[in-house]
Design a protein around this ligand. Structure first.
Ligand code: GLN
Length: 312
């Protein structure tokens, strides 16, 4: 029996001297103000036991991790026809890259790069006003985490709206190809607000439990998606969840994961646990540097890699 709390404590102790390495995202002014010295980690197993360390209960901006939740919502609303609008292949380029879009006639490679997530926001918006769609996203995440205190940080949403030039470019570009159904500012209103959800590692790990539990949150007993859909979302997280660093993350960690520029990563160990880490310093691919190392250490010590356990 592995002592998970001892492993989590040891990872925290080992990486503490390195906290502050990496670069805090500064293209969203409100994110640039975050304290670079933060590091938290929460692991929740399928029996609901929580193993945690550091700043694991402090809310931070989940940013692109929200793309997992909106994809789940869009699949619930639109089913497989979601894939007519967005692809399922790794992009091999940066999260906010525009280059591939022209070659591929405005259809984004996958739902986790910005262009793809903007299309997913457009799908979530179907039949709603932006305010209703944002409300639906917040309620869905609260339901997943079984925590009604989860909310959007309005200052982050405002800051990103004011400076989201690249996202406006992506959305306008796709609109010009007829790939967005709704008005660009409505779609981006939804997108910027979902990215501005503030959650702690513990809340985030709880919200990812359904992906570890074959579609069912074992704590609440809620079946969120079918086991097939949970497997498929995990597959997308594994192949596309870290942008141009997805191959590296699979190589070093070997778990489905989704990162955000706020420095958070949600990782799923299918059949075992949901894990969230947070440390704001990012590596050159825009993924948490310390967070990635923490997950690498966790996977190595638990043998949770989906590619096989280490020899004992
Ligand atoms: N809100 C951020 C953006 O659109 C999300 C990017 C990310 O977390 N990688 O630029």
């Amino acid at each position: 029996m592995v002592d998970l709390q001892a492993i989590v404590d040891d990872i925290h102790r080992t990486l503490t001297p390195r906290i502050g390495e990496g670069k805090v995202a500064d293209y969203i002014p409100q994110l640039a103000r975050v304290d670079a010295a933060k590091f938290g980690m929460s692991v929740i197993d399928l029996d609901g036991r929580v193993y945690k360390a550091g700043d694991c209960d402090e809310p931070f901006s989940i940013q692109s991790i929200s793309k997992v939740f909106t994809l789940t919502l869009a699949l619930g609303k639109h089913g497989e026809s979601t894939w007519n609008r967005v692809g399922r292949e790794p992009s091999g380029s940066a999260f906010n890259s525009i280059v591939q879009l022209e070659h591929e006639n405005g259809k984004p490679r996958n739902p986790f790069i910005n262009a793809g997530a903007i299309v997913v926001s457009d799908l979530v918006l179907a039949g709603h006003t932006p305010r209703e769609a944002i409300g639906e996203i917040v309620r869905f995440v609260q339901y997943l985490a079984d925590d009604t205190s989860i909310a959007i940080d309005p200052d982050v949403a405002k800051s990103e709206t004011a400076t989201g030039y690249r996202n406006f470019a992506l959305a306008n570009f796709m609109k010009s190809y007829g790939k967005l159904t709704h008005a660009v500012d409505h779609v981006l209103g939804v997108y910027f607000h979902q990215c501005a959800l503030a959650m702690s590692c513990t809340q985030l790990a709880r919200s990812g439990l359904f992906l570890a539990g074959n579609g069912k949150n074992p704590i609440t007993g809620h079946t969120v998606v079918s086991s097939q859909r949970a497997r498929r979302i995990n597959a997308l997280m594994l192949t596309c969840g870290h942008y141009d660093g997805s191959g590296d993350f699979a190589y070093h960690v070997g778990l489905p994961g989704k990162s955000g520029v706020g420095g958070g990563i949600l990782a799923v160990a299918p059949g075992r646990a949901s894990v969230a880490v947070w440390s704001p310093g990012l590596n050159h691919n825009g993924n948490s540097l310390i967070g990635s190392l923490a997950l690498e250490m966790l996977a190595a010590r638990t043998g949770w890699s989906v590619f096989g356990a280490p020899a004992t």
